[in-house]
Design a protein around this ligand. Structure first.
Ligand SMILES: [Zn+2]
Length: 291
């Protein structure tokens, strides 16, 4: 009898539990909150960020930017090298990276006690990446660039920057292919990729903010427009390349639609020549007028 009573008690308890569970499951669902949109990433370089500019590759005078966060982790934009032309009639457009600028960039990193984590190429032209081989060897840093300027599958230089074919040395492959809106984060620094084809198919700009103002690393997409001593005007990167990879109309459209929509106070650090602002370039740039 005791056993039977115990059994019933057990069944009742079990039933009770089941009911409680069932009630919990069947309880009218509170209306689902609309999925919260992820908070927009704050594009910023912290106050203690250091930006070191080195003018490298003496002929083309490329601006190489070392950008280092508060704890000394650094990324480098366009680590170019001093190039020696070794072109011949049989092999035109051949270059040898001498290593001088690669060593200068590495010295700037070590003198400032910085650890290089990323190498970001604004595009795949030869005057923007000659130092990646040396720096990869020294630091193992991750190489990034837009997929549009990476040599395609089946190409003898598959996975390498576009102009690798013009070098007489081996060039490391790109580790991370970038695309529009990708976020690059390092040591409290966040930068967003803006794809601006025209100067080359994979040209990109990097948008962030620094000391209270938007900041754009513009590569060769947007250069300071000015009248030179020779009377010529110098503006955006050229597009008349032998391989037909440049597109002037597209370049100007990208500048109008993706860069000239940024606030006028945006500081522009270009791939060559002097720094400028979006407001200043909007005044004179031929890109303001649709063709
Ligand atoms: Zn270029």
């Amino acid at each position: 009898m005791r056993t039977i009573r115990g059994f019933y008690l057990f069944v009742l308890l079990l039933a009770g539990t089941t009911i409680v569970l069932a009630q919990q499951t069947a309880a009218p669902a509170t209306p689902a909150k609309p999925a919260a949109t992820p908070p927009a990433v704050k594009l910023v370089l912290p106050a203690k960020t250091r930006i070191i500019t080195l003018v490298v590759e003496p002929f083309w005078q490329t601006n190489c930017y070392i950008v280092a966060g508060p704890t000394g982790q650094a990324l480098v934009i366009d680590p170019a090298d001093d190039l020696e032309s070794i072109s011949t009639a049989e092999k035109p457009d051949r270059y040898h990276p001498r290593g001088n600028d690669a060593k200068r960039i590495y010295a700037a990193l070590t003198e400032n006690k910085l650890t290089l984590k990323y190498m970001i190429l604004t595009h795949g032209h030869l005057d923007h990446f000659g130092a990646i081989g040396y720096l990869k060897q020294q630091t193992g840093a991750t190489i990034m660039m837009h997929e549009g300027d990476i040599r395609p599958k089946g190409d003898p230089f598959e996975g390498c920057p576009k102009d690798t074919r013009m070098f007489d040395v081996e060039v490391p492959k790109v580790d991370r292919a970038l695309k529009e809106d990708d976020i690059i984060s390092l040591d409290g620094m966040t930068l967003k990729v803006i794809h601006t084809p025209g100067h080359s198919p994979g040209s990109l700009c990097l948008l962030t903010s620094y000391q209270g103002k938007p900041l754009l690393f513009s590569g060769d997409t947007l250069l300071h427009y000015y009248k030179g001593w020779d009377g010529n005007t110098y503006d955006t990167g050229r597009t008349n390349f032998h391989d037909g990879s440049g597109n002037q109309d597209l370049l100007y459209r990208m500048i109008r639609e993706k860069l000239f929509i940024l606030p006028d106070e945006t500081v522009v650090l270009p791939g060559h020549y002097a720094a400028t602002t979006i407001g200043d370039e909007k005044k004179f740039s031929p890109a303001t007028k649709a063709p």
